[in-house]
Design a protein around this ligand. Structure first.
Ligand code: ZN
Ligand code: ZN
Length: 158
C-alpha cells in the first residue's frame, strides 16, 4: 500500500526496513520532518478554496503558478523541466500579472507543455516565497505542491 514519505512527500511503498525508495530516508526517522506538511496534486481546472495553502488561514489572494515542461522529445533532466514562470495576480500587482501572462503566451510556441494553477496563498506566506511545484505529472496534468495538512483536508473532504 502506498504511503506518503515524511521526508520527500512522495507516495511510495517503503522497504521492509522502512526505507523510502525515492529519497532513501527512513519512514521511522521523523527527525527534521514537518507533520503539518503534505503533498497535494492539483490540476489546472481545480478550483481551490479561499484558504492559504501554506498555513490554512483564510485569504482571497491567489497566486498563478505557471510551470512549463519541454516537449516529449526532449531529454532534459528534471531540474531543467522546472522552468517556472510566475504571475502574481493579487490586488496589489494586477499589471505585473498581465505582463507576465502575455510574455508566456508569446513563448508558448517554442516550448512544450504549459500548466497553470491558481493557488491561494496569504500575504504572510507569500513574503516567505512563491509556491513552487515539487513535481509535474504531464500525463495527468497535475502539479504537486507541498501544502498544510488542514488545507488538503478541505479539498479532500469536499
Ligand atoms: Zn522519501
Ligand atoms: Zn499562509
Amino acid at each position: 500500500m502506498l504511503e506518503e514519505c515524511p521526508h520527500c512527500y512522495t507516495a511510495v511503498i517503503p522497504s521492509a526496513h522502512g526505507e523510502c525508495p525515492s529519497c532513501r530516508k527512513n519512514f521511522h526517522d521523523r527527525a527534521g520532518t514537518d507533520p503539518t506538511r503534505t503533498a497535494l496534486h492539483v490540476s489546472e481546472a481545480r478550483a481551490l478554496p479561499p484558504y492559504c495553502h501554506g498555513c490554512d488561514a483564510p485569504t482571497d489572494r491567489f497566486v498563478d503558478v505557471i510551470a512549463k515542461v519541454p516537449g516529449y522529445g526532449s531529454r532534459a533532466n528534471l531540474g531543467s523541466w522546472l522552468l517556472l514562470y510566475y504571475a502574481i495576480l493579487s490586488l496589489f500587482a494586477p499589471f505585473i500579472g498581465l505582463f507576465s501572462v502575455a510574455g508566456d503566451d508569446a513563448e508558448r510556441g517554442r516550448s512544450g507543455e504549459r500548466f497553470k494553477v491558481s493557488l491561494p496563498q496569504c500575504a504572510a506566506c507569500g513574503a516567505a516565497g512563491r509556491p513552487r511545484p515539487v513535481r509535474i505529472d504531464r500525463e495527468r496534468g497535475l502539479l504537486t505542491f507541498i501544502v498544510h495538512v488542514s488545507f488538503k483536508k478541505r479539498i479532500e473532504g469536499a
